[in-house]
Design a binder for this molecule. Structure first.
Ligand code: FES
Ligand code: FE2
Length: 385
C-alpha cells in the first residue's frame, strides 16, 4: 500500500453510515505527519499561541510550532503580529525567550535592529567600521518576514501558506454560533488558569475524543453524575468544526456559595447551557456563561501531543486575588476531566498498530461529530495530493 491510498480517503468521505475512519498511517507514520504539516496545518489557520502571553506593547514571545520558529509581537497600537523569529542577515534566531523590548528587536549576532512592525531600522557597521549603511542594503526590503495571522478569542492563528480564506470566513460558522461571546473582554485567570498535558497520542485523536459525548458515562463518571449522556447534543459544521453541547451546565461554586460572574448580555440558552467545539485543525474550545477556555493542541510528533489549556473569566475581579481559590477549583475540575481522557487517546494511539484495523466504524448518531472531522482531514489530503 502506498503511504496514503486514495481509496481509503474516499471511504472516509462517504456518508457516516458507510464511512470508515482514517487509516492507521494517519496516526502512526512520521511521513504522513510531515505531509500533514503542509496539507492540514500550513494550508489552514492553525493556532500557535495566546495573545495574553504578549500583554503589553513591545512584548515579544518566541513560539516553536511544527518546527517553525515564530515570534509573536505586541505592537505600539496594541495589535499582535507574527513574524519568523529569524534575522534577515544570517538567519540567526532573534529572540530566545519571552521578553519585553523597548520597542526594538535587536539581533544578538551583529546587532541589526528591527521595529515592532518588523521594519529593519539599523545595521551597524554594515558598510565597514563606522559605516552603518551600504548602497546594496535596501532596508525596506529586509524587514522581518511576517506570517499571516489573526487573533480570535485571545488565540493567535497563523496561515503559513497565505492562501486560506480570511479568518472571519474560514471560521464564520463558529464565530456566528458563539456570536454572543464575541468582543466580550476576556480576562485570563493567571497561573491558576493555565496548565498542560503531555500525551502520547496523535493530535487527531485528541480532537476526535473531544468532539463526542458518547464516552461520558464510562470515562467521566463524575461529570456524568450531573451532566448525563442524554443532556448532550451534537454540534456539526461540515468543513469547519464539530463538538457537543450540554443543557445542564453547573457553575463551579465555593463552599460558601461564591461563584464567578457571567458574561454580560447572554441569552437564556446559556443559563444552563455550555458548548464544546473543536475548530479544525487544532483548537478545542469551551464556552460557559462564566468562563471560556481554549486548548491549543501542539503536535510534537505523530505520536505525541502537548495539550495547552488556558482559562479566561469575565471580569478583572474574577481574574484577581479574591477569586484565586475558585479558579483553582475550576482548573482542578477541568484538569481531572482532561486527564481522564488521556487513557483513551493513548489507548487508541497504541491500538493503531493493529494491522487489520480499518479505521473503525462510526455510530451515525453518537460519532457523527468525529466523522465530520475525519471527513475534513481526508478532504485536506485530497486537496493537497
Ligand atoms: S544574523 Fe542578525 S545581525 Fe547578523
Ligand atoms: Fe472526554
Amino acid at each position: 500500500m502506498t503511504l496514503i491510498d486514495q481509496k481509503s480517503l474516499s471511504r472516509v468521505r462517504e456518508d457516516v453510515t458507510t464511512a470508515r475512519g482514517l487509516p492507521n498511517s494517519f496516526y502512526t507514520s512520521a511521513e504522513v505527519f510531515e505531509l500533514e504539516k503542509r496539507a492540514v496545518f500550513g494550508a489552514n489557520w492553525a493556532c500557535i499561541g495566546f495573545a495574553k502571553d504578549v500583554p503589553n506593547p513591545g512584548d515579544a514571545n518566541p513560539i516553536e510550532f511544527l518546527d517553525q520558529p515564530y515570534l509573536a509581537v505586541r505592537g505600539k497600537d496594541g495589535g499582535v503580529k507574527v513574524f519568523e523569529n529569524i534575522c534577515r542577515h544570517r538567519g540567526m534566531i532573534l529572540v530566545a525567550e519571552r521578553k519585553s523590548t523597548n520597542g526594538v528587536i535587536r539581533c544578538p549576532y551583529h546587532s541589526w535592529c528591527y521595529g515592532l512592525d518588523g521594519d529593519l531600522r539599523t545595521t551597524p557597521h554594515v558598510g565597514g567600521p563606522g559605516q552603518n549603511t551600504h548602497d546594496c542594503m535596501k532596508r525596506e526590503e529586509l524587514g522581518l518576514n511576517e506570517i499571516r495571522s489573526h487573533v480570535w478569542m485571545d488565540m493567535i492563528f497563523v496561515n503559513l501558506s497565505g492562501t486560506a480564506p480570511e479568518f472571519e470566513d474560514y471560521a464564520a460558522s463558529t464565530i456566528a454560533r458563539w456570536s454572543e461571546f464575541q468582543d466580550k473582554p476576556l480576562y485570563h485567570g493567571g497561573p491558576e488558569a493555565s496548565f498542560q498535558l503531555d500525551v502520547k497520542t496523535n493530535w487527531k485523536l485528541a480532537v476526535e475524543n473531544y468532539t463526542e459525548a458518547y464516552h461520558l458515562p464510562w470515562i467521566h463518571p463524575g461529570l456524568n453524575s450531573y451532566s448525563r449522556l442524554e443532556d448532550h447534543y451534537n454540534i456539526i459544521e461540515p468543513g469547519q468544526h464539530s463538538g457537543q453541547g450540554t443543557v445542564v451546565y453547573n457553575p463551579t461554586l465555593e463552599d460558601n456559595g461564591k461563584r464567578f460572574g457571567d458574561f454580560t448580555g447572554l441569552s437564556d440558552k446559556w443559563d444552563t447551557g455550555a458548548e464544546y467545539i473543536a475548530l479544525y485543525p487544532n483548537v478545542l474550545l469551551g464556552v460557559h456563561r462564566d468562563h471560556f477556555y481554549g486548548i491549543l493542541l501542539e503536535p510534537v510528533s505523530h505520536d505525541r501531543t502537548i495539550e495547552r489549556v488556558e482559562i479566561y473569566y469575565t471580569s478583572e475581579e474574577n481574574a484577581g486575588g479574591d477569586y484565586s481559590k475558585l479558579r483553582q477549583s475550576n482548573s482542578a475540575m477541568w484538569r481531572e476531566i482532561f486527564e481522564e481522557d488521556v487513557f483513551v487517546v493513548e489507548g487508541m494511539q497504541s491500538g493503531r498498530r493493529a494491522a487489520k484495523f480499518d479505521g473503525g466504524k462510526f455510530s451515525p448518531v453518537m460519532d457523527a461529530p468525529t466523522h465530520n472531522f475525519h471527513h475534513w482531514v481526508a478532504g485536506q489530503f485530497e486537496r493537497a495530493l
